[in-house]
Design a protein around this ligand. Structure first.
Ligand code: NAP
Length: 274
């Protein structure tokens, strides 16, 4: 039932995955195991989340072949040396031979050197794809101009009220996949209680959350909702049996207010003016 996107180096990625932000290490293993059982095949973790070890354990104990699971982590380091060491450390902590995707978690001002460490780890086969997160279009352009490998992904805050339509066009034009963090607006009512999403959902017998996630999939936005509830876990992946119409998509696009839920990082706020 899962749909897939193809990254600019030919690597296939499930269109919907499972996010683990703020998931305490002690519950991460159980939650990720549950997600894998329900059918998720993309797990999003980060050095910053402190739960790479538990993600790795859940994968190891899942009985699912490693090459059927796409694992993303995020480098929190700045500069070449610390980033190279950080990648090796993350792999050791997670008990993995490679990550499917490693992205710079947020810009630090030393991003070219940091990205070069990702490039080298990619060349060494430790990463199947590399990219960035929370980079505005100028910061992405700088990586394209000054590094060898165009990022495969930019993971940015994206949901109903901040759809990142300017970034979406920019990333598409450069063959970079737009990945949404906080696709459900971090659980605030702005997505779940939205009238338009609920009205559209009624036509298909789907919830507002399902309509939001289906929108992402149809718009080729990689999406990684988080939940600690088994019923939401099942609900969020149950989006591959219906198709939003062009009119639905247009109605959802009109709900964009260019409003961030998090207000972070400040460097992304310039995108509100594009
Ligand atoms: N790159 C970055 O800087 C960055 C920043 C933030 C997040 N991320 C990544 O993106 C992932 C997702 O973002 P997020 O966790 O911030 O926010 P999110 O996925 O938009 O929202 C999570 C919230 O939505 C609720 N929820 C989930 N499914 C639901 C449903 N079907 N109906 C109603 N409520 C539902 C969850 O509550 P329940 O637990 O009760 O279901 C939780 O409170 C993260 O886990 C992380 O992997 C990356």
């Amino acid at each position: 039932m899962m749909e897939y996107l193809t990254l600019n180096n030919g690597v296939k990625v499930p269109a919907l995955g499972y996010g683990t932000y703020l998931t305490q290490p002690r519950v991460t293993e159980k939650n990720v195991a549950q997600a894998l059982k329900v059918g998720y095949r993309l797990i999003d973790t980060a050095q910053n989340y402190g739960n790479e070890r538990e993600v790795g354990k859940a994968i190891a104990n899942s009985g699912i072949a490693r090459d059927e699971i796409f694992v993303t982590s995020k480098a929190q380091t700045s500069g070449y040396r610390s980033t190279k060491m950080g990648i090796d450390n993350s792999l050791a902590v997670a008990g993995l031979d490679y990550f499917d995707l490693m992205i710079i978690h947020w810009p630090t001002g030393n991003d070219i050197e940091t990205y070069k460490a990702l490039e080298d780890a990619y060349r060494e086969g430790k990463l199947r794809a590399i990219g960035v997160s929370n980079f505005n279009h100028q910061e992405v352009q700088q990586i394209i101009d000054k590094c060898d490998i165009t990022p495969a992904v930019d993971q940015i805050e994206t949901h109903l009220r901040w759809q990142q339509q300017g970034m979406h066009k920019f990333l598409n034009a450069h063959g970079i996949v737009h990945e949404a963090w906080a696709p459900l607006g971090e659980g605030s009512g702005s997505v779940i209680s939205n009238k338009t999403l609920n009205q559209i959902g009624e036509k298909y017998g789907k919830s507002a959350a399902q309509v939001m996630l289906r929108f992402d999939v149809q718009e080729h936005i990689l999406t990684i909702p988080k939940t600690t509830s088994v019923s939401h876990l099942k609900e969020n992946i149950d989006i591959f049996d219906f198709e939003l119409s062009a009119n639905d998509i247009e109605r959802i696009r009109k709900e964009d207010e260019k409003t961030s839920e998090s207000g972070w990082p400040l460097s992304m706020m310039i995108e509100q003016y594009y």
